[in-house]
Structures are given as C-alpha cells and as structure tokens.
Design a protein around this ligand. Structure first.
Ligand SMILES: [Zn+2]
Length: 167
C-alpha cells in the first residue's frame, strides 16, 4: 500500500496522486458486459486514458528530478510492482526496439482467457514511458499475453524509423 495513505479521508494517495484499490476482474469485466466490438473499443480507450494520465505524472516527475532513460525505465518497473501492476522487466533486444516482459499482469488475470492480448492499460503506460525516456513517439505492441496462455505478457516498444533506443 502506498506510504502516505490517508485512510481517514477514505483516500489512498502517493505523491499527490490518488489511487483506488479495485479488483481487476471488476475493471476488466467491463469488457465482458459489452459486445465484441465495444469490448475492443473499451480496451483501446483504456490504453489512451492510461497513456494520457500517466504521461502527465511522468512529465511532472522528470521536471522535478530528471532521470536518464535507463534509470527512468528501472524506476517505472519498480513502481509497477509496488502498485500491483505485475513484475516488469525490460530486455534490450535490438537498437530499434525494447522488450518489456510483465509477469503476473492484473489485467490478464482480471480478464480471464482471451484469444487476443488484453493488457491495453500497460500498452498505454509503455507508450508514455517511451515518450518520457526517449522523447520518441513509439509504437507499443503486446506480442503475447498471459490471457492467451503465454507464460508472461510480452510487449515490444518499437522506435520510429531510424531512431535508436538505448537501454
Ligand atoms: Zn497481457
């Protein structure tokens, strides 16, 4: 639980940002309340919302205490575990891409079995991570998802053509 919990105000906050403890099956169950195309629209919207909101926080953190791209990514992986977003590890693959592996994703666990990847919220976060760490508008794809039976969710952060990703 984040350290400066304001339990008496009915609020959990860390660094001035409010969080809510919610069962992942409640959040991801929204998709199961919708028809297939609306469910896909929900997952894409979750990606965009995660990107937009976390990007604002990342900009604030970097303004206060600028970190190198590598340190920023390491920090994010640590924060993810603390906030219950699974165990994240970044693996440099090629100069133009970075692989992030997420074990124990709450989104996959909350969704259940799926034939498509479901961790769109993590895709949104990783787009913001790439923008903050590298200043690049990267393409992020979930290559394999635990909801599809993969041992871990695996994301590829691919830089725009010609740009190098250093990790
Ligand atoms: Zn996944």
């Amino acid at each position: 639980v984040p350290s400066d919990s304001k339990q008496f105000a009915g609020e959990i906050a860390e660094d001035g940002i409010r969080y809510v403890l919610m069962r992942p099956d409640v959040l991801m169950g929204v998709a199961h309340e919708l028809d297939a195309s609306s469910a896909q629209a929900f997952l894409r919207a979750l990606e965009r919302s995660a990107f937009r909101h976390v990007q604002m926080s990342f900009t604030r953190y970097q303004a206060r205490e600028p970190l190198s791209g590598t340190d920023f990514i390491a920090n994010t992986c640590e924060a993810a575990a603390r906030l219950g977003w699974g165990v994240w590890s970044a693996i440099h693959e090629r100069d133009s891409s970075l692989i992030v592996e997420v074990r124990n994703s709450p989104f996959a666990a909350g969704f259940g079995v799926s034939d498509k990847p479901v961790c769109s919220a993590i895709v949104g976060i990783l787009r913001a991570v790439a923008l903050t760490a590298y200043g690049l508008d990267c393409q992020v794809t979930e290559l394999a998802c635990a909801a599809q039976g993969a041992p871990a969710c695996r994301f590829e952060i691919r830089s725009p053509v010609g740009a190098e990703i250093v990790y």
